[in-house]
Write a protein that binds this ligand. Structure first.
Ligand code: AHR
Length: 572
């Protein structure tokens, strides 16, 4: 790496209690005890299944914010930029390449000031409005354009409803507009069959067939931009918005309640207590979590996506790894507060996550919250997806924020220029995990002390504000494992080595089985700051991992510094 690494000198092997426990396991486990000459060990336990990994944890989020929709996704039908019905072709193709399962829209904070009726009907008749994020929205991209985007990609829609500035009636009608069946509907009273008025309006606007949207966020960040409500006030609103939503045979609704600001356990506990105080809560399917990672920037970094040193690097990844604590703490709080087994049916929906930096690398001033994305962000992506996979029993949906031109992006676009970021490549490398059976895997590796553990807590919402203890140590190697849904002898193992200058020779073993062969892909680059831009779209791209043949049923592999690796292991 290009800079000195004070954090690495403070690195300690097997210092944390977790690692000490792993070391004990190493001595007492017959498989690992035979191991020698390795810096690290991974043991996969196929007999300890966690859950099926929901394909929807690889979901996406696009908001009317800066250059996300206008220019990023929507270029218009008459644009010289290649497009399909106005939607940027490069965006569609990239989303298809990663089989994007889910797309959340229209916000974010934007959703709570958006009227869905402004974005339907002939485009030349739609109103231009002052919108959230201090911008004007001309409503050329609305509900139908969004559904066409989902259709072109092959993803499911996830709509965020307005709870702050529209009454519940508008939500009910939006559901009806999206989901009421086409044509004359038989009445269950003596009245004759008649077409539903909203379905007829939808057909007049070009889509006779229902959109069948099942996943709905009921408001967004209602503790902040979504209304500054208390959990109790929000619980009452949630009940009013969801108790009598229209439902149609084909689409049973999955309604997602607004969850905490970052790690705010108090919100979740009080929300669940308030919801459970009233039996009319039957529609609650998921609890949303927004967790962004903002490091505690050193003077050098000033929170820039590109200007950071090794301390900032380790700090950001340590704070990003707190996602695991956020997931497990909130899961526990949901269960404790409900005092029933209900929490096992209410899933976590991490519908905004990513690394959020300060200004400095935006594409242009009007591309609000756009930022560059480096190898450091690729590592955070791997760490985060591995956490979701390890907690496949809890996390059902997740949406990276945001897919294009905003925060933790997979793509950057400006007019006719377009590039994929390193984060895109990680999403592609993790494809074999989707729908697979997550199984427990034990990682034993040199831990890293966070050199900025005692620095002030980052300013800004949605990030970790809890105990400093939790941000002291970063796992020296982390990842997750799963068994293919179609071939029980095929395992996927994804691994992140966050060390900036230390390759980790690692022995991979599978309890109760032998590895017959292995293939793999690796994403690494000489400098952690490396990234793709319009002039160099292939500066960072994955390569085939060079693997030795397994010996004695085990694989020994050296994970390069600052790398993400995806291995396919075939069992004997
Ligand atoms: O993703 C940007 C913003 O971050 C979203 O609009 C909001 O929900 C969150 O605070």
């Amino acid at each position: 790496m290009n800079f000195d690494s004070p954090a690495s000198s403070r690195r300690s092997f097997l210092k944390t209690s977790t690692l000490a426990a792993s070391a004990l396991a190493l001595r007492t486990n017959p498989i690992l005890a035979q191991a020698t000459h390795a810096d690290a060990h991974i043991e996969i336990l196929p007999a300890e299944p966690i859950a099926t990994i929901s394909p929807e944890i690889y979901g996406h989020f696009i908001e009317h914010l800066g250059g996300v929709i206008y220019d990023g996704v929507w270029v218009g039908e008459r644009s010289k930029i290649p497009n399909q019905n106005g939607i940027r072709t490069a965006f569609i193709e990239a989303m298809r390449a990663i089989q994007a399962p889910l797309l959340r829209w229209p916000g974010g904070c934007f959703a709570d000031s958006y009227d869905w009726r402004d974005g339907i009907g002939p485009r030349d008749k739609r109103p231009a409005r002052s919108a959230f994020w201090n911008q004007q929205d001309n409503n050329q991209y609305g509900l139908h354009e969004f559904m066409h985007t989902c259709r072109a990609i092959g993803s499911k829609p996830y709509l965020a409803a307005n709870l702050r500035t529209l009454p519940a009636r508008d939500f009910y009608q939006e559901v009806e507009y999206c989901n009421a069946p086409a044509g004359a509907v038989p009445s269950n009273s003596a009245a004759p069959a008649a077409p539903n008025a909203f379905a007829a309006q939808r057909a007049a606007n070009g889509d006779a067939q229902p959109f069948n949207v099942d996943l709905w966020g009921v408001g967004n960040e209602s503790w902040g931009c979504g209304g500054n409500l208390t959990p109790e006030e929000y619980a009452a609103e949630f009940r009013r918005f969801t108790a009598w939503t229209p439902s149609y045979d084909k689409t049973s609704l999955r309604l997602v309640a607004v969850g905490p600001n970052g790690d705010d356990i108090d919100w979740t506990t009080r929300l669940f207590q308030a919801l459970h105080a009233n039996p009319e809560r039957r529609h609650l399917w998921g609890l949303s979590i927004h967790y962004y990672t903002s490091g505690s920037p050193s003077k050098f970094a000033a929170g820039d996506a590109l200007k950071f040193n090794s301390d900032d690097h380790y700090d950001l990844l340590t704070r990003g790894s707190i996602m695991e604590k956020v997931v497990t703490d909130h899961w526990k709080a949901m269960g404790t507060a409900s005092k029933t087994l209900d929490h096992q049916t209410v899933k976590l929906v991490v519908d905004e996550w990513g690394a959020w930096y300060g200004k400095g690398t935006e594409l242009a001033p009007q591309y609000n919250l756009s930022q560059q994305s480096t190898m450091r962000d690729a590592l955070l992506t791997g760490i985060t997806l591995d956490i979701f996979q390890r907690h496949a029993d809890k996390v059902a949906v997740a949406n990276v924020a945001q897919t294009i031109n905003c925060i933790h992006s997979l793509m950057l676009a400006q007019e006719d220029k377009f590039t994929l970021t390193p984060t895109f490549h990680v999403f592609q490398m993790y494809l074999p995990h989707r729908g697979a059976q997550a199984v427990r895997a034990e990682f034993t590796a040199p831990a890293i002390s966070n050199p900025l553990a005692n620095a002030p807590i980052p300013v800004g919402g949605n990030s970790y504000t809890g105990s400093l203890e939790a941000v002291k140590t970063l796992a020296g190697l982390s990842g997750s494992a799963s068994i293919s849904p179609t071939n029980p002898k095929l395992l996927t193992l994804t691994v992140v080595n966050p060390h900036l200058d230390r390759p980790l020779t690692t022995e991979v073993a599978i309890r109760g089985a032998s590895i017959a062969s292995a293939t793999g892909t690796v994403l690494a680059s000489p400098d952690i700051h490396d990234h793709n831009d319009f002039a160099h779209p292939n500066a960072v791209k994955p390569a085939t991992a060079r693997l030795a043949s397994p010996t004695g049923g085990r694989l020994t592999h050296t994970f390069p510094p600052a790398s993400v690796t995806s291995l396919q292991l075939t069992l004997a």
